[in-house]
Design a binder for this molecule. Structure first.
Ligand SMILES: Nc1ncnc2c1ncn2[C@@H]1O[C@H](COP(=O)(O)OP(=O)(O)OP(=O)(O)O)[C@@H](O)[C@H]1O
Ligand SMILES: [Mg+2]
Length: 276
């Protein structure tokens, strides 16, 4: 018995987890008076697409900022692959470089080319001197061109970012994030403001990248229908609180958190039409 136990414990040295992000009772505030988020619990499986939906000001962007360490919770705990996200923490920096973050404003540099914008994603893995002078090895340039092809922007490598359409700008932001070789992609309203067809193209692009790279995507959306269509789970945030976590199973919308609302009520509450 003892031998068996010893054998077992000596051979098991690493714990593997399917959960890539976990938040336990997380609250945060910008001014230490009002909560931007309150009592958030969530758990995201590796390789899945997790959507965050809610009205303007509900706390969606704040939630993403907590996940990449730009903000810290005032209460509760966050773990990303067992680490606490904190921007200035040396240990977290290694993991942070594997988190592709696309802010709501996209964060492109307007006056440089599409290719240069994408190459910015490679900076964390280059040496200090190379980074400082933005000297990119041929291998990285080739990689950036391959990614641009993947996102449908071949032939536009030299175009300045400000000359692109809204949809194209989003493709560049995705390409820059993919250039990081991320394990997690955080995208803040990347398809809001686009027409349905372009929004779907971008979502297909992300689904495809997820399959190729076993990427976990956490995406903020305004339209709950689109979120349900492309995501495994959709968290609905209202005034800083997570009030629902839903997903499609077969032909049903499953409520994983709470009960009580009909499908129609959920859709009516949070569909795009209700933004007005
Ligand atoms: N830098 C800041 N300083 C102070 N308060 C902020 C700041 N950023 C956001 N807030 C407040 O925190 C709350 C949540 O904001 P957040 O940007 O997370 O909302 P959101 O759901 O992303 O909204 P939107 O859909 O308009 O982008 C809001 O009340 C907002 O006014
Ligand atoms: Mg926002």
């Amino acid at each position: 018995m003892e031998l068996l136990l010893m054998k077992k414990s000596s051979s098991i040295s690493t714990i593997f987890t399917k959960k890539i992000i976990q938040m336990n009772n997380v609250s945060t505030s910008y001014d230490s008076k009002n909560y931007a988020l309150k009592g958030i619990n969530l758990s995201i499986d590796k390789g899945t697409n997790y959507a965050i939906v809610g009205k303007s000001g509900s706390g969606k962007s704040t939630l993403l900022k907590l996940m990449n360490g730009m903000m810290s919770p005032s209460e509760g705990t966050i773990k990303i692959e067992y680490q606490t996200p904190k921007m200035n923490d040396k240990n977290f920096k290694v993991l942070m470089h594997k988190i592709g973050y696309i802010p709501q404003s996209l964060g492109l540099i307007k006056n440089i080319s599409v290719l240069e914008n994408v190459l910015i994603g490679a900076l964390p893995r280059l040496g200090k001197i190379q980074s400082m002078f933005k000297i990119f090895p041929e291998k990285e340039i080739q990689e950036a061109k391959n990614i641009l092809k993947l996102v449908g922007l071949s032939g536009k490598e030299e175009r300045k970012a400000y000359m692109l359409s809204g949809g194209e700008k989003r493709r560049v932001a995705i390409a820059r994030a993919l250039m990081q070789k991320p394990t997690i992609l955080l995208a803040d309203e990347i398809v809001s403001e686009l027409d349905q067809a372009t929004a779907r193209e971008i979502m297909e692009l992300i689904s495809d990248a997820q399959k190729r790279m076993n990427l976990t995507a956490i995406m903020v959306h305004h339209d709950i229908r689109l979120a349900l269509e492309y995501s495994n789970r959709v968290a609905v945030i209202q005034e800083g609180e997570k009030i629902l976590e839903i997903g499609i199973e077969g032909d049903k919308i499953m409520d994983f958190e709470t009960g009580g609302l009909t499908n129609q009520e959920i859709l009516e509450m949070y569909s795009d039409e209700s933004k007005k």
